[in-house]
Design a protein around this ligand. Structure first.
Ligand SMILES: Cc1ncc(COP(=O)(O)O)c(C=O)c1O
Length: 342
């Protein structure tokens, strides 16, 4: 049975072109720097983010954590959003791996403003941890996008106090499409940026950490410490090159599909989607009352060929992706309509 999988864009399968490229690409031992395809992917990632150098890592989480390890010393404090992926979804890794504290920003819109940065940077005083890193995110995990001027102001404020900035850009290219900007314009607002090729860009595995040559040189040691040095990784990098050369230009289709789906869902009784928040490929929506039976609904959808998860009591998230067509969306909306009318 074919399922329509709306749980995330991480579920995308490599395209036939990627499968073919994996089988023919040139490979070598990347820990020795011998893998020509990895080297090519790293150069392309650096070029597209406007950074000096890039490094291939197995996952977005590892890319973020290597960045934190490289920018900080044990006992330092990092400024980050309370709902950011780094704080909320990486299993407490900054404390475990880098021994850092958090100074959390808890704004309703999940954005970090220059004022927040200035307020949270610790004075130079023996009682306080040293603030050494600002962690920004774009697109945000809530599916919204941070405008460039907000990023620029926060980055400038961190710089003023000699605090480094890392950007979790797992969906950097989605954010760029949404802003009508170049990925470089976003990457200009940070010292290091991580983006994923394994999400809407359809590669099976991998993320890129980009920054100055000196930063990436130190980051390579931390990747080794975490066991992230890979050998003939060119079979994966070959997909990454296709992600960057071919798949970025189709991300707008996922965004259009998400907005279409949001509008269709809003036509159904008891469903509420805030259209202003549909800015990339994610649709967050509520159904009915707080007593809505989430598990029963998710089981019903699964039985109808749709994979989804509930994120809160009666809140759900759909993520459009390369493997979900407009026709699939019409089908999904029709089965939800049936459920509501039962
Ligand atoms: C904003 C954000 N950052 C980082 C990650 C981590 O990526 P990975 O799942 O490759 O570790 C994700 C994954 O969904 C994400 O959404």
């Amino acid at each position: 049975m074919r399922y329509i999988d709306l749980r995330s864009d991480t579920v995308t399968k490599p395209t036939p072109e990627m499968r073919l490229a994996m089988s023919v690409t040139e490979v070598g031992d990347d820990v020795y720097g011998d893998d020509a395809t990895v080297n090519r992917l790293e150069s392309l990632a650096a070029l597209m983010t406007g950074k000096e150098t890039a490094m291939f890592v197995p996952s977005g989480t590892m890319g973020n954590q290597i960045a934190i390890m490289t920018h900080t010393n044990r006992g330092d404090e990092i400024i980050a959003g309370v709902n950011s992926h780094i704080v909320h979804y990486e299993a407490g890794a900054p404390a475990v791996l880098s021994g850092v504290n958090y100074a959390l920003v808890n704004n309703l819109d999940n954005k970090i403003y220059a004022d927040d940065v200035e307020r949270l940077i610790r004075p130079d005083n023996v009682h306080f941890p040293k603030t050494s890193l600002l962690c920004l995110e774009n697109a945000l995990t809530d599916g919204t996008v941070v405008p460039l001027h907000i990023l620029q102001d926060s980055y400038a404020m961190a710089k003023k106090y000699n605090v480094s900035t890392h950007l979790d850009g797992a969906r950097l290219f989605n954010a760029a499409v949404s802003l009508g900007a170049d990925a470089k314009d976003i990457a200009d607002c940070c010292d290091s940026v991580m983006f994923c090729i394994s999400k809407g860009l359809c590669s099976p595995i991998g993320s890129m950490l980009c920054g100055s040559t000196e930063f990436i040189k130190r980051a390579r040691y931390n990747r080794k410490i975490l066991g992230g040095g890979m050998r003939q990784a060119g079979v994966l990098a070959a997909c990454g090159i296709i992600s960057l050369e071919k798949m970025v230009s189709r991300l707008h289709e996922d965004h259009d599909n998400a907005l279409y789906m949001a509008k269709e869902l809003n036509k159904l009784d008891g469903i509420n989607v805030n259209l202003e928040k549909v800015q990339i490929n994610m649709v967050f929506f509520r159904i009915g009352t707080p007593f809505f039976d989430v598990n029963r609904f998710v089981d019903y959808m699964h039985g109808s060929g749709v994979k989804m998860t509930g994120i809160r009591v009666n809140e759900f998230r759909f993520v459009t992706n390369n493997d979900v067509s407009r026709q699939d969306i019409d089908y999904v909306v029709s089965v939800i309509k049936k459920y509501i009318e039962l």
